[in-house]
Design a protein around this ligand. Structure first.
Ligand SMILES: *Cc1c(COP(=O)(O)O)cnc(C)c1O
Length: 392
């Protein structure tokens, strides 16, 4: 079977895939169908937190799948409540709703915010403010939340009630709030798809203070930044703030689909039976996977993430062909002199898989990538970045 041709024939054309077929993997190494080895610097877009076919994760998944694979939410299961308890104990949030993706985690966050605001401040309090350049998902509502016009084109009308303001600029929000009621503000502490840009610390703190004073809910979209990626369990923990709602997904299941919406103090009891739901949400296999991932994101692992981050910042800052380095933890953006796509293509030919975000090369390796493997990947990326544009 020619997978490249048959994929083009049978799969909806929504993806511009790299010309690589992944057949298997082990840790931070992936293999194509011919056996060519790649260092994985993308981990399935920050999903495979402990790399490919990790032993501990595999055991957790196979143990659960041998017992029961799915029950629906009509019955109680242990993995689901165990994961929710761990999430609450590690964050101070009070209750969890499970879905299957980042977009669904955000949909839940938006519904929770809308209901809280409607009950507390009236049915005209529904506006959710998000940031320009943000990314919150592909459903029509999370698309409306996404502050990048080009994603909206030809899919309008989107869900009403979303407004986008500039990043790192509190004044725009202050102006807006004098004109209309605002239910919530939703941010990514590090904008991932928008180009791996961390929000400023004083801005986020001021935003939290303002929203707190006005009883505007603060939602942190931790779909990409969460679960150890930033060098803390959740990226907001780098900012010394407590959000009202946290959404997360990607790395939580270590490679199985799961999304979670964490509800803080104010909104913990906002939902009643029938308000929201998901057939697959809280699936025991996905939750058992999540438990095994979350258990391992301890201080030792997080300090290793921060060390590897410091190594990458050091290796790339000021390097030939690298104009700037951005991000946090193992979520790194490189603005290269050459177009990012060309750097990524060279890396791929030389056995390193990287991603892009806007005009940047984006790196999201597994949290436990061995230091030697990371060094080898950095050398290959540096070499590709340093190549003269004329040499194309
Ligand atoms: C990936 C991502 C989403 C969407 O997640 P899906 O699982 O693709 O629905 C939402 N928000 C952020 C910040 C993301 O990075």
């Amino acid at each position: 079977m020619n997978v490249f041709e048959e994929d083009k024939k049978y799969i909806a054309g929504t993806y511009a895939r790299f010309p690589v077929q992944i057949a298997s993997g082990k840790g931070s190494l992936l293999y194509d169908e011919k056996g060519k080895e790649y260092i994985d610097m993308g981990s399935g877009i920050a999903v495979n937190s402990f790399g490919a076919a990790d032993e501990v994760w595999r055991k957790a998944v196979t143990d659960q799948i041998s017992k029961i694979q799915h029950t629906s939410n009509l019955y109680y299961t242990e993995p689901c409540v165990k994961l929710a308890k761990m999430l609450c104990e590690k964050t101070g949030m009070k209750k969890v709703f499970f879905g299957n993706s980042g977009a669904e985690a955000n949909e839940c966050a938006i519904k929770a915010a809308r209901k809280y605001a409607a009950e507390k401040h009236g049915s005209d309090c529904y506006t959710i403010v998000t940031l320009k350049n943000s990314f919150h998902g592909r459903t029509l509502t999370t698309l409306a939340a996404t502050g990048q016009e080009h994603y909206h084109e030809l899919f309008t009308p989107l869900t009403p009630g979303f407004t986008h303001v500039s990043t790192n600029d509190l004044d725009e929000l202050l102006d807006l709030s004098s004109d209309q009621k605002i239910a919530a503000v939703m941010i990514e502490c590090v904008q991932g798809e928008g180009g791996v840009n961390a929000l400023g610390k004083s801005y986020v703190k001021a935003l939290r203070q303002f929203t707190e004073e006005k009883d505007i809910l603060l939602i942190c979209d931790e779909v990409q930044t969460g679960n150890g990626r930033s060098g803390r369990l959740y990226a907001y923990m780098n900012y010394d703030i407590t959000p009202d709602i946290v959404s997360t997904a990607k790395g939580l299941g270590g490679g199985l689909p799961i999304g979670a919406c964490l509800l803080g103090d104010k909104v913990q009891n906002v939902f009643s039976a029938g308000d929201h739901g998901s057939t697959f949400g809280g699936n025991p296999v996905a939750c058992a996977a999540g438990c095994s991932i979350l258990e391992r994101i301890d201080e030792t692992l997080l300090s290793e993430v921060r060390e590897k981050s410091a190594f990458l910042f050091g290796a790339f800052s000021g390097a030939k062909g690298v104009e700037s380095v951005s991000g946090m933890g193992l979520m790194i953006g490189l603005k290269t002199a050459r177009p990012a796509a060309e750097v990524v293509k060279d890396c791929m030919e030389n056995g390193v898989l990287c991603l892009t975000a806007k005009d940047k090369v984006r790196l999201l390796p597994a949290l436990n990538i061995p230091m030697e493997t990371l060094k080898k990947a950095a050398e290959i990326i540096l070499e590709a970045a340093a190549k003269a544009p004329e040499a194309e």
